[in-house]
Design a protein around this ligand. Structure first.
Ligand SMILES: Cc1ncc(C[n+]2csc(CCOP(=O)(O)OP(=O)(O)O)c2C)c(N)n1
Length: 349
């Protein structure tokens, strides 16, 4: 058992594959530390969970006065560059690893690796936590305003609203590329759901099969959020034998006709081959794909219709059409709005 240096200025980071989540979230809460949890770490719940740390940690004016003395990580974070740079800069970075032979340390910044740690409760005021929370609330409200101003379906709003619309006990299987990243940026803390993703090499292959298998093993309702390329990559995963059990799974396909993630990366500025090499547009009729498998199909046309459109049971496909360029603009607006709100908050103090 490793004893963490006593400090109020700590943060708990939770990533993919985290174990003993409840225990460490409770310990961090007792210590007055914020919890920065990637969605598939299943620790984004409760009072100490933040929602907008991706935005906060991308703002130097916030980062500088909020340097933690200790960062403890549980599982493997890796969705957000700003979060990874927090780990890189951490003075003390304690990595929790049930198996000491393999520890998750994505930016090689661990100062200690331990199977178990005790996070001490230190007396003092809760200014540290309050300050993270206030900034998180400001950024989240600003992002919500941007998302709610668009009544059409948008990718980040779909991710945010899907999580809030899930019935208790649900499983949400999330594809690599933008679905899991959008969730990371906009998921609001909540309890009673399980989020899964195939991280590993972040492949967009095998995801329909993974979602179907996970849904079959899950005892509540199941949902999946996939990009169109991920969906098409594993179309055959929809094939079920007559003797096979059918999962109770709504597969929500975000159809931006290609790889939307690349429009958010520097290569989007390259003229010429971008579309053919990165965008890789496709025009497959997803309603016809659903019909070919005799799977019920629905289209989500307005963002507010989401709860209605995902309702039901059994295996079903929901298509949400979006636009890659508009999505890049929206993500830039979210970041700008979040940063503006946090700057205003900081300058008011
Ligand atoms: C098996 C595999 N092939 C290629 C890639 C490279 N890749 C990463 S993201 C991406 C685009 C994914 O598009 P889509 O699933 O539609 O999601 P979006 O980017 O639109 O969110 C590609 C091709 C990969 N990660 N895995």
């Amino acid at each position: 058992m490793l004893h963490v240096p006593p400090t109020r200025r700590g943060v708990l980071v939770v990533g993919d594959g985290a174990v003993n989540v409840k225990r460490y979230v409770a310990a961090a809460s007792m210590a007055g530390w914020p919890v920065l949890a990637e969605p598939n770490g299943n620790a984004r719940y409760g009072d100490h969970a933040l929602s907008s740390h991706h935005f906060l940690l991308g703002l130097p004016e916030f980062v500088e006065p909020h340097r933690p003395e200790v960062v403890v990580t549980l599982g493997k974070p890796g969705l957000s560059r700003p979060l990874l740079s927090l780990l890189r800069r951490a003075e003390e970075h304690i990595v929790l690893a049930p198996d000491l032979a393999h520890w998750p340390d994505p930016v090689r910044s661990a100062t200690q690796v331990a199977q178990d740690v005790e996070i001490p409760v230190v007396s003092g005021d809760d200014a540290w936590l309050k300050s993270w929370r206030a900034a998180d609330q400001a950024a989240t409200a600003a992002v919500d305003a941007v998302l709610d101003a668009v009544p059409e379906v948008s990718e980040p709003r779909l991710a945010r609203d899907l999580v809030s619309a899930l019935p208790g006990g649900s499983l949400l299987f999330t594809a690599a590329s933008m679905p899991i990243r959008d969730l990371d940026q906009v998921m609001r803390p909540r309890r009673g759901i399980r989020i899964m993703a195939n991280r590993g090499a972040s492949g967009i292959d095998g995801l329909v099969s993974s979602a179907m298998g996970a849904a079959l093993a899950h005892s509540g309702r199941s949902y999946a959020l996939l990009g169109d390329l991920a969906f098409l990559h594993d179309q055959n995963g929809l094939i079920l034998g007559p003797e096979d059990r059918r999962p109770d799974l709504a597969i929500v396909v975000v159809n931006n006709q290609g790889g939307g993630i690349f429009s958010l990366l520097p290569q989007a500025a390259l003229p010429g081959p971008f579309e053919r090499v990165f965008g890789t547009p496709q025009q497959v009729d997803l309603e016809a794909v659903a019909a070919a498998h005799r799977i019920p199909y629905r289209r989500l046309d307005a963002a507010a219709d989401l709860p209605k459109v995902i309702a039901g049971e059994g295996l079903r496909i929901v298509e949400a059409r979006t636009d890659r360029d508009a999505n890049a603009v929206l993500h830039a607006e979210m970041r700008k709005a979040a940063h503006r709100a946090v700057r205003e908050l900081l300058s008011a103090h």
